[in-house]
Design a protein around this ligand. Structure first.
Ligand code: B12
Ligand code: SF4
Ligand code: SF4
Length: 314
């Protein structure tokens, strides 16, 4: 199986970006991971200690080659203008849960690859797919595979897709001959729009992020201090502000992946409708989205905080 064939089959599975990488430990990311961890700025969502996270063979002992994929989730959705009190779902939770969508695409890719292998009388490739569900460092692998650069907003930025894309990884037990990926040079320069756009100054110098100030994290965190409660802003889940400010995210094309398409009402629902959700209606509306995993309690709490903060500010 050649790199070209992988690329062609990936395109057929609706994968926008694909790159290959060596599964030697991800040492280039270790200093950043240790720095953040030692500063007490881990969230608990990282899934392991820095040294464990850079070791591909710890999660798939027979790994010989790594494949990083990117799938765009960009949509420009106009704000709903009416007299209702509304909250905002960030793009990470629009449409079907990205964990499912990317998993499906990666499995489809590997099944077609193995079908071709069988036709050529070659042995099947054993593999494992990952998307935000292991200690592996998704942005680090995608960087190594040449899919983008680390922006000051912490996101991996690609010259075609900006930062609005999800990352998946496939570890396979075969050696593939591929052209050494060209690492993408940092393109932030003197820009600091994301740092200025963050309402809570969660982003700092040196690509740092303080989760206790990050709305995206706070909407997911189970219990909040009074200071954290005041930082929720208008978000019901996630936050897009530092991405929306980025020059690399202007004039992007809408994602062709229909599983992510949603309408304006769904992206910014009426808070009264959120507060009226029953267990059953929550399951029907949100269980298949990536915001569903934190449960109804968090969602209702966030809706209440948006209302409370609005009353305080008005
Ligand atoms: C924990 C986590 C969060 C936390 C902490 C975020 C953070 N910035 O660390 C919270 C809940 C806040 C969060 C929010 C979001 N997340 Co998140 N999150 C993760 C998770 C599970 C781990 C991230 C992590 O390890 N952080 C620790 C830091 C130190 O590592 P890092 O972010 O990878 O940063 C690297 C750079 O700093 C790098 N670095 C910096 N400079 C340099 C220079 C060189 C030369 C090198 C080599 C490295 C380097 O070193 C680090 C290691 O690679 C990953 C999935 C995964 N398993 O990887 C998703 C992931 C990072 N999240 C993702 C997304 C989409 C988001 C949100 C946009 C969702 C939203 N709309 O709300 C926001 C963005 C917030 C932000 N500005 O980062 C995507 C990123 C897509 C992309 N294009 O970048 C990921 C990869 C999930 C996925 N599989 O698609 N997330
Ligand atoms: S996701 Fe929102 S709160 Fe978090 S760093 Fe970006 S702008 Fe700030
Ligand atoms: S807004 Fe500017 S500084 Fe921030 S990630 Fe984008 S280019 Fe880099």
């Amino acid at each position: 199986m050649t790199e070209e064939k992988f690329r062609r089959l990936a395109e057929q599975s609706g994968i926008d970006l694909i790159g290959f990488f060596s599964v030697e430990p991800l040492k280039e990311c270790l200093p950043n991971l240790i720095k953040r961890h030692q500063a007490g700025l881990s969230t608990g969502l990282e899934g392991g200690e820095p040294e464990q996270r850079i070791d591909y063979r710890r999660v798939f002992p027979s790994a010989k080659t790594g494949i990083a994929i990117g799938v765009s989730n960009f949509q420009a959705i106009a704000a709903v203008v009416d007299d209702q009190l509304r909250g905002q779902f960030a793009s990470v939770s629009w449409g079907e849960d990205y964990h499912q969508v990317l998993r499906r695409k990666m499995i489809e890719l590997m099944e077609t690859v193995n079908d071709e292998n069988q036709r050529m009388r070659e042995l099947p490739i054993n593999y494992q797919v990952f998307v935000d569900n292991s200690p592996l460092v998704d942005r680090g692998s995608a960087y190594r595979a040449g899919l983008g650069f680390f922006g000051k907003n912490n996101c991996l930025i690609n010259h075609q897709l900006g930062s609005f894309f999800f990352i998946g990884q496939i570890l396979i037990d075969s050696e593939i001959t591929y052209t050494q990926p060209q690492l993408v040079e940092n393109g932030c320069g003197t820009c600091r729009r994301c740092l200025d756009a963050c309402p809570n100054q969660a982003l700092g110098e040196g690509y740092s992020l303080d989760p206790s100030k990050c709305i995206s994290y706070l909407t997911q965190k189970k219990s909040l201090s009074p200071a954290e409660e005041a930082r929720i802003s208008i978000y019901l889940y996630g936050c897009d502000l530092c991405q929306l400010a980025c020059p690399y995210n202007q004039d992007l094309k809408k994602t062709p992946e229909q599983a992510f398409w949603i309408d304006a009402e769904t992206a910014s629902p009426r808070l009264l409708d959120i507060l009226a959700l029953t267990n059953k209606s929550f399951k029907i509306r949100y269980r298949q989205t990536s915001s569903g995993w934190r449960g109804k309690k968090n969602l209702l709490r966030n809706a209440q905080l948006i209302i409370k903060n609005k009353i305080i500010h008005d």
